[in-house]
Write a protein that binds this ligand. Structure first.
Ligand SMILES: *[C@@H]1O[C@H](CO)[C@@H](O)[C@H](O)[C@H]1NC(C)=O
Ligand SMILES: *[C@@H]1O[C@H](CO)[C@@H](O)[C@H](O)[C@H]1NC(C)=O
Ligand SMILES: *[C@@H]1O[C@H](CO)[C@@H](O)[C@H](O)[C@H]1NC(C)=O
Ligand SMILES: *[C@@H]1O[C@H](CO)[C@@H](O)[C@H](O)[C@H]1NC(C)=O
Ligand SMILES: *[C@@H]1O[C@H](CO)[C@@H](O)[C@H](O)[C@H]1NC(C)=O
Ligand SMILES: *[C@@H]1O[C@H](CO)[C@@H](O)[C@H](O)[C@H]1NC(C)=O
Length: 939
């Protein structure tokens, strides 16, 4: 009874309560209902005294003769003992929770393979450009560290947890074993791993010559590849290059099969195996995990850092266009390093289009399965020359062709708007064209075309498009010839943040990402299989992503370890961050926010030579409710002489994702980056001098000593309520010896993050972008139940007709640990119990209102906010159809029962419940609860 009354105020979202009779392992992480879980699959952790966790599980199941399970994997070492398995048949979580001796368990989450960003189109294609070998390393002080300090990462052991490595590549040493660059490895899954326990085949050979992208091979080349002196014409690259630390030793851990997904359990095992193998550094270019950092892989990171001082780096993700708070496991681990991406100063396209003797860099469409041949010439016919000639046209290729393109290459001009490249190239295919040639209409960076699989596609730069249009307007026949070579072109965004790089903070407002490496257009090694698949003329390719910036930075850490020896992982993090260089937002003078670039672009020479260390290397100031009165940084002077340090606070951009009055997060184009809302920064310590006119204070630190500097931050009070802007900047610390400056990023939020309602009550932006065609008549989109498609608010005692179906809008404004929607019977009798429910509360059953897909119970844990880019389809979890069905509330597990049933007709309220930021699941006040007026369910 007590339980039900709590439920009535709070809902079913209770933690796992201890049972009297059986041991129940506490469950953490993203469990049942999280979009990305592998159904009925669990990770169970034991004390390290359990050396055979698989046997422990086997013995437990022996007590349940009818229950069947399939072991996925298990591992035990000094640091961990765990097993993961899939329940077969009925998914009875109680069997898992009652495993004696287990410390905790969690659902196994699915991890998608990282998808590189494909774009090799420079801003100015025609510009003369002199390529210099390894110019990429000029941006990051790596060339300086190699040339002046002789660092090559010699002997440093770097683990690559990825899709495997094509180690037979001469640029990667040509083999595996103690005398090769790739020393050893392990394959946790096998070629044909498809996500199931049955398909796992482990071996000690991490070779990958079957994945289309050959992601791990590219990553390895960035860390330690060397393609400078390869003579064999089969392997010699057109643009010779070297990885950051060519003498580092690679340990390859393969967690993806030839295609598809992996699990959080497999990644976790790889982390512990790498630690057992004694590596110095772990790189994980894999993102997309749950937003909270209590997943098994994030916990593993913290454990191996603490126990063995391993430096662990992970990519921050490629969801830059989805707006802030995009950090996920394992990059969100507290003591790991989440790496953002900056663009390279060059791009390396491997396709060119020759038009009347001029060669323009080009890229293939991503989806195409048939390529233009090297040297193949095709005649271009304009789809619609009027549209192609107009730089503001946004629909060329979306409608009927003006000309007959049969047997010719359809030429179109890109202008983002009415339709995408998939539609345009599909139209070209249907109209009988033999190729789909699209030229940019504006000099924009970072975009490629998806195209259509049945027709070759080519994206050309703006200048090529202008050239073609000029010739066509003069009445000439225009041909384009495909040429496969590898070029090096300049890129104007070089040295600034890549547009795809995922911003933080994390959901506890910790500073993530910590630092940036080069990830936008990096040339590296791929397998022969991948070269063929990608239409690359050589086993090297240009790829972009934080998957590239993370290994870049891992390579830098290898140089640092070679120079500084084995010091605590936190010191390496501090050297990296202290010496990184914050950059402005591209094409502006406004320094980018630390929530996007962390401490800035890595500087290997600075980090290897700095004689000063400042800790902590970043200050997360929290929101204005939780900000502390003062923060302290410690400056340690390792010079042989006394040093005077000049301290100065520099402001950076403020990022705002909630616009005035609109409580729904905008996409990136709506995420404002402004030069306001700055905090006032005061250096408090009385060890400081008086401030001079430039706001600079100085502090003297004796040789070999440390000084604490206290700093007070007073956030601006200007922000409109509810906007929750993230402000930030950098404390710069300049020493008197060589005037080199270190910096410490600081970042905070104005407002109360805990009070931000989880459910949207007023979004015009969402309506504008997504729902207008579906939600007719409404001015704003509001979480709630709607009786019909007019989306007029319910009035008390309105009839909701279950036969017709009614509509539910469930609009989260951020990612929560837990959310659900329940109905509660408010009639005086026991109608729900009479019709088979165990109480008068149940989880509603939802269908996707657009596709009709069954969405199951409205119960989510680690509820992910979906992204709302303009170009994407409607996310499935926003607008639902409800037909009066519901899942019983299981009083034992607190989870929805397995089968839904129809509710009886009668009077109900519907309750939307979501745990707010910083919330405690057991405290009713920490929930955002939105209740409808009473309505009458009819049939
Ligand atoms: C996965 O592979 C296993 C065996 O390797 C097979 O039995 C199973 O049907 C496959 N499942 C899927 C979903 O492809
Ligand atoms: C264009 O290419 C076609 C073959 O596709 C060829 O017959 C024609 O001569 C070429 N025209 C020019 C101007 O190069
Ligand atoms: C060609 O494009 C122009 C400019 O957008 C448009 O007015 C015209 O209707 C288009 N022609 C066809 C046949 O679609
Ligand atoms: C901010 O404060 C909240 C509430 O006390 C806490 O949960 C969170 O961890 C804090 N975050 C940081 C970065 O200090
Ligand atoms: C809803 O948002 C719009 C702007 O998006 C604003 O003009 C309006 O005042 C807001 N309404 C409420 C009730 O907050
Ligand atoms: C509910 O809708 C169905 C189908 O349109 C209709 O047949 C039925 O009469 C409606 N029920 C009530 C009580 O209006």
């Amino acid at each position: 009874m007590q339980l039900l009354s709590l439920l009535a105020t709070l809902g079913a979202a209770l933690g796992v309560a201890a049972q009297d009779d059986v041991f129940r392992a506490p469950r953490t992480g993203a469990p049942e209902g999280f979009d990305g879980i592998i159904p009925c699959t669990f990770f169970v952790e034991f004390p390290t005294s359990v050396v055979d966790p698989a046997a422990e599980v086997k013995n437990h199941f022996a007590k349940y003769p009818t229950a069947k399970y399939a072991l996925r994997t298990s591992f035990s070492s000094d640091l961990i003992s765990f097993a993961s398995f899939e329940l077969k048949g009925q998914c009875d979580e109680d069997i898992v929770a009652s495993i004696g001796g287990a410390i905790h368990y969690q659902a196994v989450t699915v991890r998608a393979p990282p998808v590189p960003v494909k774009d090799v189109n420079p801003l100015k294609s025609g510009a003369p450009f002199v390529h210099k070998q390894d110019q990429i390393h000029d941006l990051t002080g790596v060339n300086k560290a190699r040339n002046e300090l002789g660092l090559t990462g010699k002997g440093v052991k770097v683990a690559v947890i990825d899709s495997g490595i094509y180690y037979l590549h001469p640029a990667l040493g040509g083999g595996i074993g103690p005398n090769f660059k790739v020393v050893k490895g392990h394959d946790f899954v096998g070629n044909s791993f498809n996500g199931t326990a049955e398909s796992i085949q482990e071996s000690d050979d991490p070779l990958d010559n079957c994945s289309d992208v050959s992601h791990g091979t590219h990553v390895t080349g960035i860390i330690a590849g060397d393609a400078r002196d390869i003579k064999d014409p089969k392997w010699a690259p057109k643009v010779p290059f070297s990885g950051v630390a060519p003498d580092a030793r690679i340990y390859g851990y393969r967690v993806f099969g030839c295609q598809g997904l992996t699990g959080g359990d497999i990644i976790t095992k790889a982390i512990y195996m790498a630690a057992k193998d004694g590596v110095d550094i772990i790189n994980m270019s894999l993102g997309g995990g749950p937003a909270f950092n209590d997943e098994s892989d994030s916990l593993a990171v913290d454990k191996v850092v603490a126990a063995q001082q391993i430096v662990v780096l992970a990519s921050s993700g490629n969801s830059g266009s989805n707006g802030p708070f995009a950090t996920g496991s394992p990059a969100n681990a507290k003591t790991g390093i989440s790496v953002a991406s900056f663009d390279n100063g060059e791009t390396y396209p491997h396709l060119g289009g020759i038009i009347e003797g001029s060669t323009y860099p080009a890229s293939l469409s991503i989806a195409e399965k048939v390529h233009l041949q090297d040297g193949q010439t095709v005649e271009l016919v304009a789809w619609n020359l009027t549209a192609a000639a107009d730089p503001n046209n946004i629909s060329d290729g979306c409608f009927k062709p003006s000309n007959d393109v049969t047997g010719k290459a359809a030429f179109m001009r890109w202008g983002a708007g009415v339709c995408g490249s998939v539609a345009r190239c599909t139209n070209a295919y249907k109209a009988g064209a033999i190729a789909c040639i699209i030229a940019k209409n504006k000099p924009v960076d970072n975009f490629g075309i998806t195209g259509y699989e049945k027709i070759p596609g080519m994206l050309l730069p703006q200048e090529a498009g202008d050239h073609i249009v000029r010739l066509m307007q003069a009445g000439k026949t225009v041909n384009v010839t495909a040429t496969y070579q590898v070029f090096a072109y300049g890129q104007s965004t070089g040295g600034t943040l890549s547009s795809f790089s995922s911003p933080g903070l994390d959901l506890e407002l910790n500073l993530k990402p910590e630092i940036a490496g080069i990830g936008g257009n990096v040339l590296s090694t791929i397998s022969p299989h991948s070269a063929e698949h990608e239409g690359s003329p050589e086993p090297y390719i240009d790829m972009s992503g934080t998957s590239m910036s993370s290994p870049y930075t891992a390579g830098v850490v290898a140089l640092l370890i070679e120079k500084r020896g084995k010091i605590p992982a936190a010191s390496f993090k501090a050297y990296l961050m202290n010496n990184a260089k914050p950059a402005p937002i591209y094409n502006t003078s406004l320094t980018h926010s630390p929530s996007y670039q962390g401490a800035g672009l890595v500087d290997a020479f600075g980090a290897a030579t700095a004689q000063t260390i400042v800790t902590p290397p970043g200050l997360a100031l929290n929101d204005t409710v939780n900000i502390k009165n003062q923060y302290t940084i410690k400056i340690t002077n390792n010079y042989k002489v006394d040093v005077t340090y000049a301290l100065q606070a520099k402001t950076a951009a403020t990022s705002t994702q909630y616009l005035s009055g609109d409580d729904f997060p905008e996409d990136q184009s709506g995420t404002l980056l402004t030069n306001d809302q700055h905090a006032t920064v005061t250096f408090l310590s009385n060890t400081c001098s008086e401030e001079d006119t430039t706001g600079t204070k100085t502090v003297l630190v004796r040789a070999g000593a440390s000084v604490d500097v206290d700093i007070q931050f007073t956030p601006s009070a200007l922000a409109p309520a509810g906007n929750l802007p993230v402000y930030g900047g950098y404390i710069s610390i300049t020493n008197s010896i060589d005037e080199s400056a270190l910096s410490v990023p600081y970042v905070g939020m104005i407002g109360s993050w805990a009070e931000k309602p989880f459910w949207s009550r007023n979004s015009t932006s969402l309506l504008k972008q997504w729902l207008r065609t579906l939600v007719k008549g409404a001015q704003t989109a509001t979480t709630g139940l709607y009786a019909d498609t007019s989306f007029a608010p319910l009035v008390a005692n309105d009839a909701v007709n279950a036969t017709d179906g009614s509509f539910v809008l469930a609009i989260p404004t951020y990612t929560s640990r837990q959310a659900s929607v329940v109905v509660q019977y408010v009639g005086g009798d026991n109608a729900m119990v009479a019709s088979g429910f165990s109480s008068n509360i149940a989880y509603i059953k939802l269908y996707d209102a657009v596709s009709g897909d069954d969405q199951g119970p409205a119960y989510w844990q680690t509820f992910q906010r979906t992204s709302y880019q303009k170009a994407q389809g409607l996310p499935a979890n926003l607008l639902y159809l409800w037909t009066g069905r519901a899942y019983d509330f299981d009083s034992k597990s607190k989870l929805p029962s397995l089968r839904s049933q129809a509710l009886p007709a009668g009077n109900f309220v519907m309750r939307f419940m979501g745990l707010k930021n910083f919330g405690d699941i057991t405290k009713p006040a920490d929930w955002d609860v939105l209740e409808t007026v009473p309505f009458t369910l009819v049939y």
